[in-house]
Design a protein around this ligand. Structure first.
Ligand code: TYM
Length: 332
């Protein structure tokens, strides 16, 4: 079985619809066909200030949401990044292989640093993508299911894997991004020119999966569209409507063409009302399942412990090979 690896930050509390449609939904599907490793990336979370209590709670909350979304611990390996020390260890090695200029070109760092103020941005934020490289290479992943915003980090991973292999001999699998065209970028419902995200979205444009379903329905019904009335998929001229069609199509398995036909002559109101309902039907059981997993932290922690053990066995093997290749003296 080919291997996949991916990660999600625990910082946000509730996942948003972009996280789910862009990434987590694919994780669920890929556990059937791949040897799948998925993790909550708490090391990445501390690149910006975190409250310790909240971080701990949000890490459990993230794991609970991943299970609620359909990850099955019998079909995939679900773990917390800090439980596997090899991530930080290989991260250091990869730091030493990356050029300063190369790291400076990472657009997500530039955006985040601008938001936090260049002086207050941590060095950890700067080397964030390099830790992500280590995450992926430790597991010899063939594919990395993510949204479009992570593409540059996967490119960096490929570059560094090839660099290491070239310098020290074949060691790492060079991974491919696994980005579904349709859902690579889900947009803000109020500002369909920007991607949906915790940091950049307006509260009304951001669909949090754990919000009260009534709030979610309201946000969908008040989504920004355009002054035309025809329900047609045309991201360039009709970004708002196209975003709604993408969401609708993905959540229901109905093709966009079929939806266009169904809403012919009906206008945006009908589309939004129906999509609001679809969304409520999706988030209501998701919320309930998340609550259930959170209500039993012992079982949740046991799942994560088992995942960490499995992850460490794979990561440890890769790291040992890397240390050997580099020329570190083995500890006796
Ligand atoms: P994070 O936590 O920001 O996001 C998790 C996943 O959600 C995707 N995503 C979106 N997809 C479509 N439309 C959107 N509006 C949208 N917003 C977010 C992201 O692309 C991501 O796949 N750096 C990563 C976490 C990470 C990781 C890794 C990923 C750490 N190590 C190793 C893969 C492999 C991140 O911050 O994701």
């Amino acid at each position: 079985r080919p291997r996949v690896l991916s990660g999600i930050q625990p910082t946000a509390g509730s996942f948003h619809l972009g996280n789910y449609l862009g990434a987590v939904r694919q994780w669920v599907a890929l556990q059937e066909t791949h040897d799948a490793f998925y993790m909550v990336v708490d090391l990445h979370a501390i690149t910006v200030p975190q409250d310790p209590k909240e971080l701990r709670a949000n890490t459990r909350l993230a794991a609970a949401q991943l299970l609620a979304a359909g990850l099955d611990p019998d079909r995939c390996t679900l773990f917390v990044q800090s439980h596997v020390p090899e991530h930080a260890q290989l991260g250091w090695v990869m730091n030493c292989l990356t050029g300063f200029g190369e790291a400076s070109r990472m657009t997500q760092f530039k955006d985040k640093a601008a938001r936090h103020g260049a002086d207050r941005a941590s060095v950890g934020l700067f080397t964030y993508p390099i830790l992500q490289v280590a995450d992926i290479l430790l597991y010899q992943a063939h594919e990395v299911p993510v949204g479009e915003d992570q593409r540059q980090h996967i490119e960096l991973t490929r570059d560094l894997a090839e660099r290491f292999n070239g310098r020290f001999g074949q060691t790492f699998t060079v991974p491919n991004p696994y980005i579904l065209k349709e859902t690579a970028k889900i947009y803000d419902l109020q500002d369909p020119g920007v991607k949906m995200s915790k940091s950049a979205s307006t509260p009304k444009g951001l669909i949090n999966l754990l919000d009260d379903p009534r709030t979610t329905a309201k946000k969908v019904r008040s989504a920004v569209t355009d002054t035309d009335t025809v329900v047609r998929f045309d991201p360039e001229h009709k970004p708002g409507v196209s975003n709604l069609l993408t969401i609708y199509s993905t959540l229901t398995g109905t093709s966009v063409a079929e939806l266009e036909q169904r809403y012919e002559g009906k206008g945006y109101g009908a589309l939004k009302t129906d999509l609001a309902e679809v969304m409520v039907e999706f988030v209501t059981p998701f919320r309930e399942r998340t609550e259930q997993y959170l209500g039993d932290p012992e079982t949740l922690d046991a799942v994560l412990a088992k995942g960490a053990e499995k992850a460490r066995s794979v990561a440890g093997e890769t790291l040992a090979r890397v240390y050997d290749r580099i020329g570190f003296l083995p500890a006796k």
